[in-house]
Design a protein around this ligand. Sequence first.
Ligand SMILES: [Zn+2]
Length: 368
Amino acid sequence: MNRLRLLAFPASAVLLIIAQPPAGDEPRDADKAAAATIKAADLKKDLSYIASDELEGRATGSQGQWLAGEFLAKRFEELKLEKGGDGDSYHQKVDFTPRKKKKDADDAPASGPAAKPTTKPAPVEVSNVVGILRGTDASLGAIVFSAHYDHLGRGRADEKGDTIYNGADDDGSGTVSVLALAKAYSSRRDKPKRTIVFACFTGEEIGGLGSKAYVTTPKVPLEKTLCDINLEMMGRSFGIGEKRAWVTGWDVTTLGPILAKGGKAAGIEIYPDPYPEQMYYYRSDNMAFVSKNVIGQTVSAGSNHPQYHKPSDEVGLIEFDNLEAIVRAVYFGSARIADGQDEPKLTGDSLELKAAPRKKKPESAPAK
Ligand SMILES: [Zn+2]
């Protein structure tokens, strides 16, 4: 999740549409078996590497992020996904010019006293990591799962002297969820009807660099892309309680209610973004798709926590059993789309978020 950049929003408000899943939404046995491959232990194992100190916070253009990208590509290869990057590769190169570091009050992680020397950063490849699972019916188009695997790198020390911004929740949690979904779909007995693109984006924290590059040169044409289901900060239940997840831009399309049907199957309540004043709809990689008139929305959970963009966003705070259930919910909901049972559609005439922020502050839950 990046900092709030977009402040303008239309004033007209629309009523919330509450998901009312009809009867008969029980997943098929093949889907139950696929969802069962999504395991807390695997999510933990993957995240323990992605968010380890060894990767130094995965700043875009850093060695740590490069290592993370290699790890993701290797996992896609193990799952035998089609290479969705440049040439015969999972890596889609993204143009990146390391910016000169300067004093900036709004840029604490990059300019703190403990920041690494910034002269001549070694050039490393900056890329999205993209794998594709072809569906059985090309005419039905594709869906994208996305998460950003970059984070803030090293920066200003916190009160414990920690200088590594591990980004376990932001967005290590979404990244390992994409891996788990890739495993679930590719291990399913029958292939999905729609093509599925698994995209781990770079550069989200510095303005959505990777997702913007993806929508400029997508491997599956955007006209054939039904939606981007972006996964961001799903590893905590802070402030909302367990077995719950929310979707940004709920009022704009029917994607949220479709995912909520899948939530029911996994014992997860999926509901509208409870923090409209934060404008989260506009603050992640889903926006790159929206900017190209493709449905793009973010699934998140207890992301409004005190460790947001702090070195203390660490693996130890991630609730893996809860994350497992949320990823299974996303699986069940998305499978409805992947198999052509449901199709997300606009509820109004544009992808612009029309709901005015509610004044009421969200309820705060006991601190974890
Ligand atoms: Zn972030």
